[in-house]
Ligand binder design. Structure first.
Ligand code: NAD
Length: 388
C-alpha cells in the first residue's frame, strides 16, 4: 500500500505519523503551494513534495488522505475515486448533501473504499461503551446528553478559515465539532437522530482577520501585526435538542468560545440499568453510574475491556492512549478493510455513508435554527450501522 497526503497544516502531519506507526508507506505530501509541500516533506522526512493534485492522481499511490479545508473535500475525493484511489477524507465529507450523496454513489460504483475520519470512535473506552450497550448492560436507553466545547475562537481576534462560510460551510461549530459528537453517540448506541431543534449563536459577528493565513490552533501564540474586520455568519456556539429513533431524548451543546475548555467532548448515556459517561480530556477513564450500588470508574486497561474494545488497544493500562492513537486505530480499521478478502462485514471505520448522514443532520440543524422549530430528519439509509 502506498499513500499520499493532501494538506500540510494540522491534520496532514497527524495522518502521516499515524500511518507510519502502522507501517503504511507514505509516498509524499501536497500543500497549498510548492513552498508548503517542500517544507512539509522535509519536516516529515517524506520522499516526495508533490507540485499539484494532478501529479498525485497520476502517481502510483493506492490511497489518498484528504486533509485540506472543507470546501475542497468534494472535488478532491471525487477526482481521487475517478482516478481509482481509495480515499480517507477528513470531516465534514462535503459542503452539502448533494455533494456527499454523489460521493457515496461514486464510492459504491467504483467499489473503492471510502472513509471519513470520525476518529473519536476509536478511543478504546468508547469502543467499550459500544460493546457494553450492545451486550445489553445499559438496558433501554432513555437519554443521551453532552457537549463538545473549545476556547480557541473565544476572542474576536481569533481567526481561521473555518469561520468563513465559503471555506468551511454554512455551519461551523456544529459541523466542525458537533458532528464528531453526533457520529459518536449514534455509533455507540446504534440509534439514529430523527428530529432536531436548534438554537445557534454567533458571539462575534465581526472578527479581525490577520493579513496572511493562520494555522489551525496556532492563533493564540502567533504574532499578528496587521488585520482587517470581517463579517461572520457561522455560529460560535449552539444548543440542539434531539429525538432518537427509539424515542430517547437528548441534547448537544457545542461551543468554540468557552474559556478554559480546550477540546472537551463529553456524553452521558442513561439507560434502564446503568449510565455511562466519558470525557475526551480524560479519555482513559469511563464513569459507570448505578442506582443500587456504588458507581465505578473503569480505567483503560486491556485486561478489563471487552474483546471488541481490546482489539483497538496497543498499550497496557496506565500507559495512556489519546488523540494520536485514535487516528492510528481508525486507519488500521480502514486499511484492514481494504486488504480484507471479503467486504461483506459492516465496516468499523466511518464510511462516506456516515459522512453523508452527518451532513443531512447538519442541514436539518441549520433549517431548525433558521425556522426556530423542530425538523424531522429522513435518514438516507447510508449510515453503516454496526448493530445490524
Ligand atoms: N478528525 C479530527 O479530529 C480533525 C481535527 C482537525 C481538523 N480536521 C479536519 O481536517 C481538515 C483540515 O483541517 P486542519 O485543521 O488541518 O486545517 P489547516 O488549515 O491547519 O490545514 C489545511 C492545509 O491544507 C492546505 N491546503 C489548502 N488548499 C490546498 C490545496 N488546494 N491543495 C493542497 N493543500 C491545500 C493548507 O495550506 C494547509 O496546509 C478540515 O476539514 C477539518 O475539519 C479534523
Amino acid at each position: 500500500m502506498k499513500t499520499a497526503i493532501i494538506g500540510a497544516g494540522f491534520m496532514g502531519p497527524v495522518h502521516t505519523e499515524a500511518l507510519r506507526r502502522l507501517g503504511v508507506y507514505v509516498s509524499g505530501i501536497l500543500g497549498v503551494d510548492d513552498k508548503e509541500s517542500k517544507r512539509a516533506a522535509s519536516v516529515l522526512h517524506l520522499p516526495k513534495a508533490y507540485q499539484s493534485y494532478e501529479q498525485v492522481l497520476q502517481d502510483d499511490v493506492d490511497v489518498i488522505h484528504i486533509t485540506t479545508p472543507n470546501k475542497l473535500h468534494y472535488e478532491m475525493a471525487k477526482a481521487a475515486l475517478l482516478a481509482g484511489k481509495h480515499v480517507m477524507c477528513e470531516k465534514p465529507l462535503a459542503m452539502n448533501s448533494q455533494e456527499s450523496f454523489e460521493l457515496v454513489q461514486l464510492a459504491q460504483k467504483t467499489g473503492l473504499i471510502a472513509g471519513v475520519n470520525y476518529n473519536i470512535r476509536f478511543y478504546p473506552l468508547n469502543l467499550e461503551v459500544k460493546s457494553q450497550i450492545k451486550r445489553g448492560q445499559v438496558g433501554d436507553i432513555y437519554s443521551i446528553v453532552g457537549s463538545y466545547v473549545q476556547d480557541w475562537l473565544l476572542w474576536p481576534t481569533d481567526y481561521n478559515w473555518r469561520v468563513l462560510a465559503a471555506e468551511g460551510g454554512a455551519l461551523r461549530a456544529v459541523a466542525d465539532i458537533g458532528t464528531h459528537w453526533l457520529d459518536l453517540v449514534q455509533t455507540l448506541t446504534g440509534l439514529s437522530v430523527v428530529r432536531v431543534c436548534a438554537d445557534l449563536k454567533t458571539v462575534h459577528p465581526i472578527r479581525r482577520r490577520p493579513k496572511g493565513e493562520v494555522e489551525t490552533f496556532s492563533g493564540k501564540v502567533q504574532d499578528i501585526s496587521a488585520d482587517e474586520p470581517i463579517h461572520i455568519t457561522t455560529e460560535d456556539c449552539g444548543s440542539i435538542m434531539l429525538k432518537f429513533n427509539n424515542d430517547a431524548i437528548g441534547n448537544l451543546w457545542v461551543s468554540q468560545t468557552t474559556a478554559g475548555r480546550k477540546n472537551c467532548l463529553r456524553y452521558e448515556i442513561a439507560g434502564a440499568k446503568q449510565s455511562l459517561s466519558w470525557n475526551s480530556e480524560q479519555p482513559n477513564d469511563l464513569w459507570i453510574g448505578f442506582r443500587e450500588k456504588a458507581n465505578e470508574i473503569k480505567m483503560r486497561d486491556p485486561r478489563l475491556l471487552s474483546d471488541e474494545a481490546r482489539a483497538f488497544v496497543s498499550f497496557p493500562g496506565g500507559h495512556n492512549e489519546g488523540f494520536p492513537d485514535t487516528f492510528k486505530q481508525c486507519f488500521n480499521a480502514f486499511y484492514s478493510y481494504i486488504n480484507a478478502d471479503s467486504k461483506s462485514t459492516t465496516p468499523v471505520f466511518p464510511t462516506f455513508g456516515d459522512g453523508h448522514e452527518e451532513i443531512i443532520l447538519c442541514e436539518a440543524i441549520l433549517k431548525s435554527h433558521l425556522e426556530q422549530k423542530w425538523i424531522q430528519i429522513s435518514p438516507s439509509g447510508n449510515r453503516s450501522n454496526p448493530y445490524k
